[in-house]
Ligand binder design. Structure first.
Ligand code: ATP
Ligand code: MG
Length: 256
């Protein structure tokens, strides 16, 4: 039998401590604390303007905190710049709200873009990776199509294939299901779950769609008045006595 090695405690993939951020006199984040375990899917829920996108931008160094700390795999990242910031960003894949594909490029070229931009891989290797990623998001034989020829859900899938092209450890999704019909929303939810299962990535999903959150999250954190006012598993959130969460839940229940 192999000798049993003491298992080292794994740091959370993402840890945010006492994060404060104001724009002029407006305090948007007022002491956010958040921990996201490796390989899990966390959903940050909150109303429009609650600061979800601002919080996400801090994770990849697009915004700097006024105070507080952010750790990615245990390393502090607030106030880093230059090479260290580039290295940090390589750990992340981003799926933007509007898919943000390059309209003048084919699906193939969209997914190949980060590989051509950030690696020196030969074209045949790039083609292999592009097809592997498109396969993961359930798309085949659409290499030559342009974004305008795709449905909203397909665009999101291509956006994810592009986001995972460089094999990031963390995938951030900003409002992945906003503006989609319920069936397409289910597809996109499945895609997020699949990406997590097949790639073992840690996912952070910013959303105001509580139905999606209930489907995909291991952990839900509710951002309200600049703080995480409630968090837990979907089950725990269902039972949350917090009034802001209860209001969110009642609108969701009303739609089902
Ligand atoms: N660069 C900036 N300069 C000034 N104010 C900003 C900036 N970025 C965000 N804000 C303000 O911070 C607040 C939170 O914005 P944020 O975009 O994070 O909201 P959100 O929760 O993502 O909302 P939505 O669900 O509508 O996307 C808003 O009042 C916004 O106007
Ligand atoms: Mg936003």
């Amino acid at each position: 039998m192999p000798p049993s090695s003491p298992s080292l405690p794994m740091p959370p993939m993402i840890e945010v401590r006492a994060l404060h951020k104001s724009f002029e006199s407006r305090e948007v984040l007022r002491g956010v604390n958040l921990s996201v375990a490796q390989g899990s899917t966390a959903v940050i829920l909150g109303g429009s303007g609650s600061g979800k996108t601002v919080l996400m931008k801090h994770l990849i160094g697009l915004l700097q905190p006024d105070s507080g700390e952010i750790f990615i795999e245990g390393a502090p990242i607030a106030r880093i710049s230059g090479h260290a910031l580039n290295e940090l960003r390589r750990k992340f894949g981003m799926v933007f709200q509007a898919a943000a594909l390059f309209d003048s490029m084919t699906v193939f070229d969209n997914v190949a873009f980060p590989l051509r931009e950030h690696t020196r891989k030969p074209e045949n290797e790039i083609a292999r990776i592009v097809h592997e990623k498109l396969d993961i998001v359930g798309l085949r034989d659409i290499d030559a199509k342009f974004p305008a020829e795709l449905s909203g859900g397909m665009k999101k899938r291509v956006g994810l294939a592009r986001a995972i092209a460089l094999e990031p450890k963390i995938v951030l999704y900003d409002e992945p299901t906003t503006g989609l019909d319920p069936i397409t929303t289910d597809y996109v939810d499945e895609m997020i779950l699949d990406a997590q299962k097949k790639l073992g990535v840690t996912s952070v999903v910013i959303s105001h769609d509580i139905g999606s959150a209930m489907n995909i999250a291991n952990h839900i954190a509710f951002l309200h008045q600049g703080q995480i006012c409630a968090e837990g598993t979907p089950e725990q959130m269902r039972a949350s006595p917090h009034p802001a969460v209860a209001t969110f839940l009642s609108t969701w229940r009303g739609k089902r």
